[in-house]
Design a protein around this ligand. Structure first.
Ligand SMILES: NC(=O)c1ccc[n+]([C@@H]2O[C@H](COP(=O)([O-])OP(=O)(O)OC[C@H]3O[C@@H](n4cnc5c(N)ncnc54)[C@H](OP(=O)(O)O)[C@@H]3O)[C@@H](O)[C@H]2O)c1
Length: 346
């Protein structure tokens, strides 16, 4: 989809049939977060049909895990049931992320080849998690950064010279709208602290868009710290505007449900399955090194928002990286060890 090139161009992209990579994932272990509905269940189905050694599809609780596993086993009858599993992972809690990683270390296989950080939330109301971070900021950014860093040693260990591991963060076209929120951020004492405040951002939508910009900035910084050619290909993807449960908080109100239904029709919302192809493509397409550190849309590398490409945006990203590592190191001591062992300063 790329930068907004006008309404008609956007509509034509929305209606485009996206490619589905032919590559299999045989012998590989994958973790995909937010697997019970929307893009997550569709991407999980694609991966499950590609003969994984093990697909761990995460959901927020054990009931959703059991339901998801049942759906996947019904949809993917040609796949060994033992190749599919579902583990709980609740991203609004750092402890939960740490427990998931501990479990992976204790019970998981040696290898982790692909991590798709798909889970994401949108809520119109400002609320804080038990860790005292604004919900969208923690779920869509901080916990995903924590999960990615704590699983980094597993991903790096599993890479071979001709088959790098993959880390895919699911971002959004909405990140293009978030740059102006960061104007003047060089004068803020603490970027994450400022974004966390209740008086920051005019709406849930603006906080959501900003969380997606933070993901793109994180991927740019993380990728720049990995060696070249990289053993771990890191990308962000925009799945396009899709039908899913993402706006469920708004769809509780019948009037908003009708308005959203009309907007989805007008903007030719993709099915969740079509949107999920973006995730599968970023995780499997063979031109991996060319995708490293990049933002993708409609299965193509496209430019990030102007803000992140500007000198101010680059300084912001570097500062964000530093603060993120500092915050997450206080959550889990392994973060600073991993960063100093594998991610030297640029
Ligand atoms: N749909 C679009 O138009 C669109 C556009 C751009 C980007 N995206 C991104 O695509 C990704 C998938 O979204 P979707 O559209 O498929 O929405 P969705 O149907 O609402 O799926 C979101 C998934 O994330 C999970 N999740 C939400 N909060 C979580 C938490 N605190 N901890 C762990 N998991 C949590 C959900 O679990 P529960 O069901 O249990 O809450 C669900 O599995 C998101 O990152 C979203 O931002 C979507």
């Amino acid at each position: 989809m790329g930068k907004f090139k006008g309404f008609w161009s956007f509509l034509s992209e929305q209606g485009r049939d996206l490619p589905l990579p032919r590559e299999l994932v045989d012998g590989k272990t994958l973790v995909l977060t937010g697997a019970n509905v929307g893009l997550g269940i569709e991407a999980s189905t694609h991966f499950a049909n590609k003969k994984p050694s093990l697909l761990i599809a995460t959901c927020r609780d054990t009931v959703k895990c059991e339901q998801t596993l049942e759906v996947l086993r019904k949809r993917c009858t040609g796949t060994q049931p033992s190749s599919l599993d579902s583990w709980p992972l609740e991203l609004s809690s750092f402890d939960n992320v740490r427990s998931f990683v501990d479990r992976f270390g204790a019970e998981g296989p040696e290898r982790l080849n692909i991590l798709v950080a798909n889970a994401g939330t949108f809520t119109p109301v400002y609320a804080r998690t038990q860790d005292n971070w604004e919900v969208i900021l923690q779920v869509n950014y901080l916990s995903i950064a924590l999960l990615s860093i704590l699983l980094l040693p597993h991903l790096l260990r599993s890479a071979t010279s001709d088959d790098p591991s993959r880390l895919v963060l699911v971002s959004s076209l909405g990140h293009y709208l978030a740059g102006p929120m960061l104007t003047g951020s060089q004068n803020w004492d603490h970027v994450l602290g400022a974004i966390n405040a209740e008086n920051f951002g005019v709406s849930g939508a603006s906080r959501y868009n900003l969380s997606k910009l933070l993901q793109v900035a994180f991927v740019r910084e993380l990728s720049a710290r990995l060696p070249s050619p990289t053993p771990l290909v890191v990308t962000t993807v925009d799945p396009g505007f899709c039908h899913s449960s993402l706006q469920r908080e708004l769809e509780k109100y019948w009037l908003l449900r009708m308005v959203l239904g009309f907007v989805k029709w007008l903007l030719r919302a993709r099915t969740s399955e079509m949107g999920s192809r973006n995730l599968v493509y970023a995780a499997l397409a063979t031109n991996a090194q060319a995708m490293h550190g990049k933002y993708m849309s409609s299965c193509e590398v496209v430019e990030e928002c102007d803000y992140l490409l500007s000198a101010e945006g680059k300084a912001f990203s570097e500062r964000l990286w530093g603060e993120t590592i500092e915050v997450l190191s206080n959550v889990d001591g392994r973060v600073s060890q991993i960063v100093s062992s594998y991610l030297p300063a640029r």
